[in-house]
Design a protein around this ligand. Structure first.
Ligand SMILES: [Zn+2]
Ligand SMILES: [Zn+2]
Length: 291
């Protein structure tokens, strides 16, 4: 609920004061902006903070509740603004903090019924369910969950719009479908998986079945596939890209950044800032719409 200003106390009648001079835009209070911080990302845990003014949501809570709260404090982000956790899919690197955060902060988790059913580590009472493809509102946020190809029950990405800005979040997807490309177009900031370098996966000492899973259409997005997706959907409004869910063994931050920056440069889009999210530390807090 929003606070309203108290009404003027009664007073004796007096001449109306002259109308105030218009406030120059530069002297006005700064307008709220949509702000995003990837608190941590990788196979050990994923969680992204999205804030506008006095409200915030988490997309996934795959860090422990203790680590989530400590990271928010370290970043100067106020956990009292949290209204909900929007969950992409049931894998524990996206859900392991939900139950405790729900108990500590009293916030619900939003997911489709498939994910809510499949997430055995989350009590039923935590959930509020949406239908994939149907937009819904949470406080000031207009949220559209859309389907992703991944080996989970009913995985989604999110497009979150607020205050004239828009964020697209898609981690854990085996391929960039036409639907995914359409939903991620027109965003100001993208959080996109750049999971692995294909050569590093093929050369890794991992069981072949696991390699097939990572490389398959229901697995994870490679650096080159992420680069092609980002370059395809990048429009005039895109300012910042955060590469997420980097594999510890089958990727390197410099490889991921170089691959994506090269594809953007080839299309004359060097102006777009590209950052990498880390498993053990948060990204800077990024404001959408500002370079
Ligand atoms: Zn994951
Ligand atoms: Zn997953």
């Amino acid at each position: 609920m929003r606070e309203s200003f108290p009404s003027e106390p009664p007073s004796t009648p007096r001449p109306a004061p002259p109308p105030p001079a218009p406030t120059p835009a530069s002297a006005a209070a700064p307008a709220a902006t949509l702000r995003v911080c990837v608190l941590g990302s990788g196979s050990s845990g994923n969680s992204t903070w999205v804030e506008f003014g006095g409200d915030a949501i988490l997309v996934d809570a795959g860090l422990s509740a203790q680590r989530t709260r400590r990271t928010l404090r370290d970043c100067g982000l106020d956990e009292r603004k949290l209204r909900a956790i929007c969950v992409t899919h049931e894998h524990t690197d996206h859900t392991c903090g939900i139950a405790r955060l729900h108990a500590l902060l009293g916030i619900p988790a939003y997911a489709n019924t498939g994910t809510a059913h499949a997430a055995r580590n989350v009590p039923d009472g935590c959930w509020k369910c949406f239908s994939t493809g149907q937009p819904f509102s949470l406080g000031p946020f207009d949220i559209l969950p859309f389907s992703l190809p991944h080996d989970a029950y009913d995985p989604v990405g999110y497009k979150i719009a607020c205050g004239g800005a828009c964020v697209g979040i898609a981690t854990d997807l085996g391929m960039a479908t036409t639907l995914v490309r359409g939903q991620l177009s027109g965003c100001n900031l993208l959080v996109i998986e750049a999971n692995h370098d294909e050569e590093l996966v093929r050369g890794a000492t991992r069981p072949w079945r696991l390699k097939q899973r990572i490389l398959g259409n229901q697995g994870h997005l490679s650096n080159s596939a992420a680069a092609a997706l980002i370059a395809d959907v990048a429009g005039d409004s895109l300012r910042t890209v955060v590469l997420a869910h980097l594999s510890r063994d089958c990727n390197r931050e410099d490889l991921a950044l170089e691959t994506v920056r090269a594809d953007l440069a080839a299309r004359g889009l060097e102006r777009i800032r590209v950052l990498a999210a880390h498993a053990d530390s948060p990204t800077p807090v990024c404001s959408c719409g500002c370079i």
